[in-house]
Design a protein around this ligand. Structure first.
Ligand code: FES
Length: 542
């Protein structure tokens, strides 16, 4: 009986001796590659969910990978029978936020004022900031990229009309280096060869090549991402971001007077991308520490530099980023919340993929009704589902504010048939993640000298904020207890900000100034931080 091989949810019988790469191709699944499947490009990584033992041993080309990751061109089926389940780093069903929703800047049309213009000695000249870099009569294109720890979003624009032509989104393939920024920093430090960056460059290259324009007509690219993602992409040493006081090398150099901005500039060629070799690749400035260029892009998207009202922007993730202020004063902080709200470290936790429970209701008889992404069989619970469960348990009195189940059991079973449950120890993990977020909020407001109820607009940024149930999040105290009309879900504000920076030189320059006046609050130095944290661990409205 041949091996039953499942790749990205598609199953086929497969014979011993074939590679996972060959099997995936036979299933019609394109595995990213830039080599002749000879182990050189390192792009064809797959994650093995089942059946590692019936694959050939890792080859020398895979020395940079640990279980459960393999290079699909190297891993051969070494048995005549058994089951293997794996997926590529480009799962199609991942839910990725490609747009901003209620982004203030997106509502008022922007007059394109790009850094790339036409002119010089003739109509064919292509100039960047007035310096000719090429001659061409083809349209001028530009790219905006939000390089997230988990997902990557690209937008292609015609820079002359400001029109968006195409977009693309996919999972960040650096997952083999760990799921959070600290793991990636460790991986990059321990493995020579800039493998994380090379892998991303390979995937971005494939995405660019699929766009309906000649890549050589792309003359500028704006990159946003947290400090680690951005600096990895620009080949910076990220070691210092992982060590207290958590500073990007650009921040250290700026403090030493060696540079005037934390923004980064490279050429297309040096970034290993197929865009014009002399194209400018511009990394937006970071704010400070882990509050990176994605947070700076969010500031641009909500136009905080011209805002009179007091606004708070919260991007909940493994490192929650917070920005609070208006045109007079802006404070920022990052809260090391950990992966619990992304399903990490939770028994039945999983990312927001097909099969994730995202919506939970509990009736008076204690019966759960579950909403599952893709309307498929429940396989686990994602972040928004976890918030719903906690909220429903609190609403019905089945869990106290300390996170203890009132019936004395160690678990709450959501779906016995599919073995979906929440342990009291999971609640503990979620309490600590929430405690870090609340402590961050309270610390920033304490620095500001204001209360949470003074917030005029509370923006929830990012994919997580986009899908969470606001009532549930308020009930358990993950977000401030503000009325509906003061809470706005932004969606992917970072890609909106990156697009604005690409299309408007004036806005980009303005942001360079705005970030320098953001005051960074280092949470651990606030005398009340521990008290804020302990309070935040309780499931009570804040
Ligand atoms: S296809 Fe290039 S390393 Fe496997």
């Amino acid at each position: 009986m041949p091996v039953a091989l499942t790749v990205n949810g598609r199953t086929t019988p497969a014979a011993a001796g074939s590679t996972l790469f060959e099997c995936a191709e036979a299933l019609g699944i394109r595995v990213p590659t830039s080599c002749l499947t000879n182990g050189k490009c390192k792009e064809c990584v797959v994650e093995i969910a089942e059946g590692m033992a019936i694959l050939s041993p890792p080859t020398a080309a895979e020395s940079h990978l640990k279980a459960p990751f393999r290079l699909s061109c190297q891993a051969e089926l070494a048995s005549e029978s058994g089951t293997i389940r794996c997926h590529t780093m480009r799962r199609g069903q991942m839910r990725i936020e490609r747009h901003g929703l209620q982004v203030p800047a997106a509502r008022s049309p922007l007059t394109p004022d790009p850094a790339v213009t036409r002119g010089g000695d003739g109509i064919r000249g292509i100039l960047i900031d007035g310096v000719e870099i090429a001659q061409s009569s083809s349209p001028i294109h530009g790219l905006a990229m939000d390089l997230g720890t988990t997902t990557i979003v690209l937008r292609l624009f015609n820079l002359e009309s400001g029109e968006q032509i195409a977009d693309a989104s996919f999972e960040n393939p650096q997952r083999f280096g760990g799921s959070d920024v600290m793991s990636r920093i460790r991986y990059d430090t321990e493995h020579p060869g800039k493998l994380l960056r090379r892998t991303v460059a390979g995937y971005v290259t494939h995405a660019i090549e699929e766009f309906p324009v000649d890549p050589a007509t792309i003359y500028e690219m704006v990159v946003v991402g947290n400090s680690t993602m951005r600096d990895l992409f620009f080949r910076q040493n990220v070691y210092s971001i992982g060590q207290t006081p958590y500073r990007s090398i650009t921040e250290i150099e700026m403090a030493d007077g060696k540079r005037s901005s934390t923004s980064l500039v490279e050429t297309g060629r040096r970034c290993l991308l197929p865009i014009h070799p002399r194209a400018r690749v511009y990394g937006l400035p970071i704010i400070s520490g882990h509050v990176g260029a994605d947070a700076a892009a969010c500031m641009l998207a909500v136009d905080i530099a011209h805002e009179d009202r007091l606004v708070a922007i919260m991007d909940i993730g493994t490192n929650t980023e917070l920005i609070v202020g208006n045109r007079h004063r802006i404070l920022a902080a990052s809260c090391p919340a950990g992966p619990a709200f992304e399903g990490g470290a939770i028994s039945c936790g999983m990312p927001a993929l097909d099969g994730a429970v995202e919506d939970v209701r509990l009736d008076d008889e204690g019966r759960f009704t579950l909403g599952v992404i893709g309307d498929s069989t429940p396989q686990g619970i994602c972040g928004s589902g976890l918030i719903d469960v906690l909220s429903e348990l609190r609403r019905t009195g089945r869990m106290n504010e300390m996170g203890r189940f009132e019936d004395g059991a160690d678990r709450v079973v959501l779906d016995a048939g599919h073995d979906i449950y929440l342990l009291e120890s999971d609640v503990n993990e979620l309490a600590q993640a929430k405690g870090a977020n609340v402590a961050g909020l309270r610390t920033v407001f304490s620095h500001y000298g204001l209360d949470l109820e003074d917030i005029d607009v509370f923006y929830l940024a990012g994919g997580f904020g986009r899908h969470l149930n606001v009532d549930a999040a308020r009930r358990i105290g993950l977000i401030p207890n503000l009325p509906d009309d003061r809470i706005v879900r932004l969606g992917n504000a970072a890609i909106e900000g990156a697009s604005i920076a690409l299309l408007s030189r004036a806005k980009r320059l303005e942001l360079e100034t705005t970030v320098t006046r953001v005051e960074h609050c280092r949470l651990e130095t606030h005398p009340d931080f521990f008290d804020f944290f302990v309070f935040g661990c309780q499931f009570l409205p804040v």
